[in-house]
Design a protein around this ligand. Structure first.
Ligand SMILES: Nc1ncnc2c1ncn2[C@@H]1O[C@H](COP(=O)(O)OP(=O)(O)OP(=O)(O)O)[C@@H](O)[C@H]1O
Ligand SMILES: O=C(O)[C@H](O)COP(=O)(O)O
Length: 403
């Protein structure tokens, strides 16, 4: 894989360099609640600009449906990038249209432009190779060189991640190099006990990794939206909680296999429930109730792990030598459901274990809840991406950067 250092050594002055970043930051309206992913890619953009490149930054944000949707505009992220770089950043109001073409044509050496959300174009995420390829052709027309640095999206076979680097000379940015360097260590000689904590909301995306973790981890703690599919697999009712019904048989098999292999699965013993999802805008008090995990009422939704589970999980993390954590333990964006995530973060801070926290929201949660990033071994910008890396899968966005 060519590194950005080699690219810089070859010289980039005057060249249009396309940086595929992951600027998929959490937003409250148009306010960025955590800019970690922007800060993470800043060194690559800054270095290229310093070297005289005309830098074209592109990213997705959220999951719009292949057409423009102002709620998913990258304008706030572009503005924040400009603040961090201390320079004007031009924002194109489309991705491959007139605005993008003009913004790129107007760039002088050392200047930066950000394109509008890649996913406003159906070609970006299309399963059809020709449709993706046609969109990648249009992106390729905007640049001379490609730098992949959107680690959080390297597990996606999308036009800007997978098809575009095949059309341009390419290299990996600083962020991808760092992320891969740390995660590689977890696939090699890991210090034990190796404890994995899984939570979050993208349950269907992430259940598959457990298959692989059963071969690697000594202990697996399950929280967040992930927990309810496990509780259901154990025969408990989960009310209106997040549930991946079609995965229940697979999860049952994971639980059996774990027992046979001596891998300890730890599930919540109590949860915080409510009859409605909290208002994340007003943060109005939600007054959740604590119930045993095997007694969730039919009209209630589990939204955080409960107090007993917090203590249990802290004790299960105390003797770890290595921890990988992806996915918040609850809807941490609301203060009434943040305690579970806080407890896991605090347990990692208190433990001497080498800890890797992976995921856009997981990393944001740690910072928003006031923890010092330096107290963790590594905070990864990729959740799904880091899990799939650990699974040993070929990641389209990394494979595409190979020579
Ligand atoms: N019990 C729950 N029910 C519903 N949503 C939950 C629950 N617990 C956590 N969440 C939500 O999960 C979301 C984060 O999940 P997600 O799987 O996206 O993690 P992530 O760290 O961002 O990983 P990635 O980078 O792959 O997106 C948060 O917005 C949080 O509110
Ligand atoms: O948040 C993430 O995990 C990345 O930005 C990828 O987003 P996606 O899951 O919508 O592809």
């Amino acid at each position: 894989m060519k590194t950005i250092d080699q690219l810089l050594a070859d010289g980039v002055a005057g060249k249009r360099v396309f940086v595929r970043a992951d600027l998929n930051v959490p937003l409250d309206g148009t306010t960025i609640t955590d800019d970690g992913r922007i800060r993470a890619v800043q060194p690559t953009i800054a270095k290229l600009a310093e070297a005289g490149a005309r830098v074209v930054v592109a990213s997705h944000l959220g999951r719009p449906k292949g057409a423009p949707d102002p709620a998913f505009s990258l304008a706030p992220a572009a503005a924040r990038l400009g603040e961090l770089l201390g320079t004007h950043v031009e924002f194109a109001t489309d991705t491959v249209g007139e605005s993008a073409t003009a913004a790129v044509a107007g760039l002088e050496d050392g200047q930066v432009a950000v394109l509008e959300n890649l996913r406003f174009n159906a070609g970006e995420t299309s399963k059809d190779d020709a449709e993706r390829g046609a969109f990648a052709d249009r992106l390729a027309a905007l640049a001379d060189v490609y730098v992949g640095d959107g680690f959080g999206a390297v597990h996606r076979k999308h036009a800007s991640v997978f098809d575009l680097p095949a059309r341009l000379p390419h290299a990996a940015g600083f962020l991808i190099a760092t992320e891969v360097g740390v995660l590689k260590k977890l696939t090699e000689d890991v210090s034990r006990p190796y404890v994995v904590v899984l939570g979050g909301a993208k349950v269907s995306d992430k259940l598959g990794v457990i298959d692989h973790l059963l071969e690697k981890a000594d202990r697996i703690l399950i929280g967040g939206g992930m927990a309810y599919t496990f509780l259901k697999a154990q025969g408990h009712e989960v009310g209106i909680s997040l549930l991946q019904e079609d995965q229940v048989p697979a999860v049952r098999e994971y639980l059996e296999r774990a027992k046979a292999k001596g891998v300890e699965f730890v599930l919540p013993v109590d949860v915080l429930v409510s009859s409605e999802f909290p208002d994340l805008k007003t943060k109005a008090p939600a007054n959740p109730a604590v119930v045993a995990a095997d007694a969730i009422p039919a009209d209630q939704e589990g939204l955080d792990i409960g107090p007993e589970t917090r203590l249990l999980y802290a004790s299960k993390l105390a003797d770890a030598a290595t921890v990988f954590w992806n996915g918040p333990m609850g809807v941490f964006e609301h203060p009434d459901y943040a305690e579970g995530t806080k407890a896991v973060a605090q347990a990692l801070v208190d433990s001497p274990a080498f800890s890797v926290v992976g995921g856009g929201d997981s990393a944001a949660a740690v910072r928003i809840l006031g923890f010092d990033e330096k107290a963790f071994g590594h905070i990864s910008t990729g959740g799904g991406a880091s899990l799939e890396y650990l699974e040993g899968k070929t990641l389209p966005g990394l494979a595409a950067l190979e020579d």
